[in-house]
Ligand binder design. Structure first.
Ligand code: ADP
Ligand code: MG
Length: 246
């Protein structure tokens, strides 16, 4: 179970997250929807401590860290939590001067201290799984956006994280390339991956998520099953937002 409790975050005194509670059940996928600027990326970044929350707690499996404005977690705590997560960004963020396979091996070799050969085998397996094995020795820039994002997914999966965080994983892609990425994420979900994803992509949220939370102004306004949130939301603000998605 992944549990975010009372997460608060301020930037220069401005509250951006106002005490957010969110859980992701083991093997489930929660989609985080909401207008631009509502705090979705900040919440994902608080879940892996790319941002340190000003209040609340993050719990991933048996590790629970509490935050307050006066207490910064130690670097060891940050790393312990971060190693339980993998992150997929909107703009892929592959290392441009590393070949595709090296991008996937990197964390295994440098962080997890795996022997290179074993890391290479694991990376090849993962590239096969996301359908880009034939690009292993290519440079990232020679791949399509959909292929780059699939490599980024393989990289995030490499250390077998307990939680996969996805920040608008299809937003930078044309519809047909987005479809490739949705297919890969759907396959992961059906294999039991635990994911928290921010997305505007209705097809992604509807076909992959088992739970949807609507965030506005740094607060969860409503959450529930995808059918409920997309077809029969209770809160007027959710109704308006879902309509705006088309
Ligand atoms: P979303 O992902 O839902 O579009 P964000 O989490 O990116 O929203 O941003 C929420 C709010 O926090 C926005 O007003 C944004 O400008 C602000 N914000 C995000 N990151 C920073 C930062 N590093 N410094 C200052 N303000 C930030
Ligand atoms: Mg964002």
């Amino acid at each position: 179970m992944i549990r975010l409790t009372g997460i608060e975050k301020r930037f220069s005194g401005n509250p951006v997250l106002k005490g957010v509670d969110l859980t992701v059940a083991e093997g489930a996928v929660t989609a985080l929807i909401g207008p631009s600027g509502s705090g979705k990326s900040t919440l994902l970044r608080c879940a892996n401590l790319l941002e340190i929350p000003d209040g609340g707690a993050v719990e991933i499996q048996d590790l629970r860290l509490e935050f307050s404005a006066g207490r910064r977690p130690s670097q060891a705590e940050i790393l312990r939590l971060r190693r339980r997560t993998g992150m997929i960004f909107q703009n892929f963020q592959l290392f441009p001067h590393r070949r595709v396979i090296e991008n996937v091996m990197e964390g295994l070799v440098t962080v997890q201290k795996w022997p290179k050969e074993r890391a290479r085998e694991r990376a090849m397996d993962l590239l096969g799984k996301v359908g880009v094995a034939e690009k292993a020795e290519a440079w990232p820039a020679t791949l399509s956006g959909g292929q780059q994002q699939r490599v980024a997914i393989a990289r995030a999966l490499a250390p077998s994280p307990a939680l996969i965080l996805c920040d608008e994983p299809t937003s930078a892609l044309d519809p047909e390339l987005a479809e490739e990425v949705v297919d890969v994420l759907r396959a992961l979900a059906s294999e039991g991956a635990t994911m928290l994803m921010a997305t505007h992509d209705l097809r992604l949220a509807r076909s992959v998520a088992s739970h949807v939370a609507f965030l506005e102004g740094g607060e969860i306004v409503e959450e529930g099953a995808p059918e409920t949130i997309f077809s029969a939301p209770a809160e007027p603000r959710t109704v308006r937002f879902v309509r705006s998605l088309g």
